[in-house]
Design a protein around this ligand. Sequence first.
Ligand SMILES: Nc1ncnc2c1ncn2[C@@H]1O[C@H](COP(=O)(O)OP(=O)(O)OP(=O)(O)O)[C@@H](O)[C@H]1O
Length: 245
Amino acid sequence: MQEHETVLDVEGVAVAFDGRPVLRGVGLQLRCGELVSLLGASGGGKTTLFNVIAGLLPADAGRVLLQGRDITGQSGQVSYMMQKDLLLESMRVADNVGLPLRLRGASKAQARAEAEALLPQFGLADAGDLWPAQLSGGMRQRAALARTYLFSREVMLLDEPFSALDAFTKAEMHQWFAQARQQLGLSVLLVTHDIDEAVLLSNRVLVLRDGAIAGEVAVARPAAEDFSLTEQFLEAKRAVKALLA
Ligand SMILES: Nc1ncnc2c1ncn2[C@@H]1O[C@H](COP(=O)(O)OP(=O)(O)OP(=O)(O)O)[C@@H](O)[C@H]1O
């Protein structure tokens, strides 16, 4: 798939719970190799939208297209990492990461070999034989991201993947993730509450308000040593804050 082609197309998704509308016709597009963040008030329907895209929750209206194919209501088409990493404590890291391959019928040895080959790209080169309890918070999140990547490489839905980390680890993860995403050519939709994180990592930031996309901010990224200290970063942050207000 070519860069800039639409990989995921969400059209007019509406969801109501007990007659109360949460999503009122959400539309968005994700292009190949792009990271788009979704920001909005707590309870605004971000996770609900992810559940619809992942085919885990039926929508009252709307469609979800993956590379032009209608996948509305189908689970298992895009990869989805929920806020909690959900690593299985009784499995070594490589087996945890290889789990999606096992679910698709690979042998334990095949799944482990493929997971082991991927671990260096996720900063876990020597961690395959460790147990999850032996990992730091950042390592756990990278293992969970590697497992999500093995589930499906086309589109990743990440629901607050860094929110549980301390500020120092979070900053390290941002730096690592921005690079890994480029190298692996990932197309990512990211839910976050953190405006700085959204601006730092995204090509575009979408604001969800009153059940619809209130607007978007395209992030212009200069080739600076530290993007977060640039005028362009502040400019994008101001524009996002104005949309949220
Ligand atoms: N299965 C459900 N049944 C009834 N109400 C639900 C259900 N799932 C979510 N809701 C309600 O829908 C609204 C949107 O919830 P959702 O979790 O999608 O918001 P969110 O934007 O992800 O919130 P947060 O940022 O706090 O994670 C909330 O009011 C929530 O209580």
